[in-house]
Design a protein around this ligand. Sequence first.
Ligand SMILES: [Zn+2]
Length: 463
Amino acid sequence: MDLAIVDTTLITFQKEGLGIIEQGGLGIRGNKIVFVGKSDDLRDADEVIDGSNCITMPGLIDAHAHTGLALLRGGAQDMPEIEWMRKGLGPFVRNMTEKDKKAGSKLGVIEGLRSGTTTFCEFSANVRKYVENVYKPFKVRTVAVETLNEVTGVDDKGLYEFDESKGELGLKRADELVDEYGENEMVKPCYGPQALDMVSMDLIKGVNKHAHQREADIHMHVAQGERERIQVKNRYGDSTVKVISDLGMLNHRFVAVHCHDTEYEEKECMAERGVRMVGCPSSIAMIDGIVPPIHDFLSLDAAGGVGTDQAPGPGGHNMFRELRTAAVITKVRDRDPTRLPSWEVLKLGTVGGAKALGIDNGVGTLEVGKSADVITIDMSSANLTPRVSEPFHNYVATLVHSSTGKEVREVIINGDIVIRNGGFTSIDEESIVKEGQERGKCLFERGAKDWEEEAGRMAKEMG
Ligand SMILES: [Zn+2]
């Protein structure tokens, strides 16, 4: 055995419950988990990590993120949804360079790693660049979604205009990505139409056909809110879910992100057809003032996951914060404190996210034969004390509602130790943060004039 974590509390997520093993041990050989059980039964390993006072569990799965926007952290908040993209984010995004996106992505991924994320679903145009420049060198598992968007400009009035050549190029990039990474263990490639209002009918049909031919997933923002509803209604006279249902897209290879603007019957139809759902609680609270219907889909037996989405609105890529937000705002929405209990939320961030992304054969639980994506969390800090197992495991709730993410001590991805004893083993965090600060400052300065001219609510309030 190459690596063993001993004398630890394992949360394995095996079978229906949480699969907790006290005084547990975990063995890793190469990139696989080869032992899960009692610490006493664990044979010698080349390297042993003392896991006492730690929870050891599967790495968290961020089921939807745009890390390339992280340089704009805190840059588009407290504004109406209809303004968010055009007047909030747009003026700064227009001033971003490829280097800015790369530097931002590194910041976002570092933040996620530090708080226990081992798989990121990255949704970006030219996503291959993020795979090659960030995820591969950082040794991080990725579901890589190539964004497809044909819109030439977004305004408040009329239907958006499309540039078909943009769509053709995007589809070609997506095909190439899927062809290149289709069999890759660390990268799962997917097609990503940005939203039904942002692609033409020809393109969405093309995506559906190409994805079907290659047996690849389609990962798409669905029924996010007012902007999309108005565009889709005016163009097709129907709702997003009805239109994509008629196109035969609702099936087990479809991942629907958001789904806020859906009728109960539409949710039921999606769940019945095996559509997987991802909600982004902090982001959507900030952009739309809406609580994602994660609980609704789970209660219909659909696979559901949670994503951090982007940093400009909600502020970051910390999955522990995201899980807590999911639980708290769902309880408030339904005026029902039994909604999204801690054990269910913790599953959403691990095995649930893996199922939502269709990677649960390899990750999401601690099981012999699965890939070694494992985190340890030091439970000895004041905010996580006391930790008891009788009469129940209080630390499940503590993890969800009291951890900050900073308590994550080890991060192991595919058998590689990325963070050991709180420090990165091969990533130069200091220089990445320094570059992020310098580039971010310049970017906000460059975008300031455009932002003021767009005169969104935030710009007016600042004035
Ligand atoms: Zn998104």
